[in-house]
Design a protein around this ligand. Structure first.
Ligand code: CO8
Length: 260
């Protein structure tokens, strides 16, 4: 398969794994081949000891304009149940324990917005446009959108976006708390890579532990979350990196983490 035909491209920079969605002629519409390749690439970077953080990005026009409507248009109920649509490959991202950062320029619509929402940090270019326009197709944001969006931005804003199909720009997404940061469009990859390299420079067990704790806050009561967090902070004392981090601070030197 030539590079142009591959649904995703992968590369690395330092300890950062980069995955570029690569269906530009279809606005990176997320078909089965792309989502399976994305899941495999995510798991490969997650297994790789030399990687500490993962970036998912698209192109200037689109992060991804949603699930591939051309592929889905004639599917039946039986087809999607039998094939475990979404569950089979879209949800692979939930298995990833390292931080995943979405670098979003242009359209992040429908499944594209949901993919960004499934990432841990979203960096938005000024050009980014977010929306859940599935209602226009008599569909619904069924790759986590109706669940992650209200948790991220609250019920009122989520209902507005899901029921009206209105697109919001990067600034509004920032005000809603849908994105982590907004950056100049021509600086998107520079800024995201700087952020990702910083994250990846920290102790990997600590990063994975923080990710698990914050995700637990989404999915549990405060008491349960606090209990989970307490076990995780106790577990830091079992790591070489925590000892190194604290002793390096006291010795006024840079820590050297071994990621264990
Ligand atoms: N699927 C398939 N093809 C697409 C998609 C898509 N989601 N989006 C764009 N394309 C294609 C267009 O058909 C067009 O192809 P062609 O050149 O062959 O005609 C090409 O990309 C360029 O698109 P446009 O000519 O439309 O470009 P514009 O700049 O005029 O508009 C938009 C860009 C605004 C992004 C427009 O293309 C658009 O509205 N796209 C559809 C957005 C949408 O409805 N997304 C939601 C899809 S449904 C979904 O995501 C459900 C997710 C949850 C279900 C379960 C998980 C899978």
């Amino acid at each position: 398969m030539s590079q142009a035909e591959q649904p995703i491209l992968t590369s690395t920079q330092g300890r950062v794994g980069i995955i570029t969605l690569n269906r530009p002629a279809q606005m990176n519409a997320l078909n089965d081949a792309l989502m399976t390749a994305l899941g495999e690439a995510l798991l490969a970077f997650d297994r790789d000891d030399n990687i500490g953080a993962i970036v998912i990005t698209g192109n200037d026009k689109a992060f991804a304009a949603g699930a591939d409507i051309a592929a889905m248009a004639d599917w039946t109920y039986q087809d999607v149940v039998r094939d475990q649509f979404v569950t089979r490959n879209w949800e692979t991202i939930r298995q990833v324990r390292k931080p995943v950062i979405a670098a979003v320029a242009g359209f992040a619509l429908g499944g594209g917005c949901e993919l960004a929402l499934a990432c841990d940090i979203i960096v938005a270019a000024e050009s980014a446009r977010f929306g859940l326009p599935e209602i226009k197709l008599a569909m619904l944001p069924g790759a986590g959108g109706t669940q992650r969006l209200p948790r991220a931005i609250g019920k009122a804003k989520a209902m507005d976006m899901c029921l009206t199909a209105r697109l919001i720009d990067a600034q509004e997404a920032d005000r809603f708390g849908l994105v982590s940061r907004v950056v100049a469009s021509d600086k998107l990859m520079d800024e995201t890579l700087a952020l990702a390299l910083t994250v990846a420079s920290y102790s990997l067990p600590a990063l994975m532990s923080i990710k698990a704790c914050v995700n637990r806050a989404w999915e549990s009561s405060l008491a349960e979350g606090i209990g989970f967090e307490r076990r995780e902070i106790y577990a830091r004392f079992a790591t070489d990196d925590a000892r190194e981090g604290m002793h390096a601070f006291l010795a006024k030197r840079k820590p050297v983490f071994q990621h264990r």
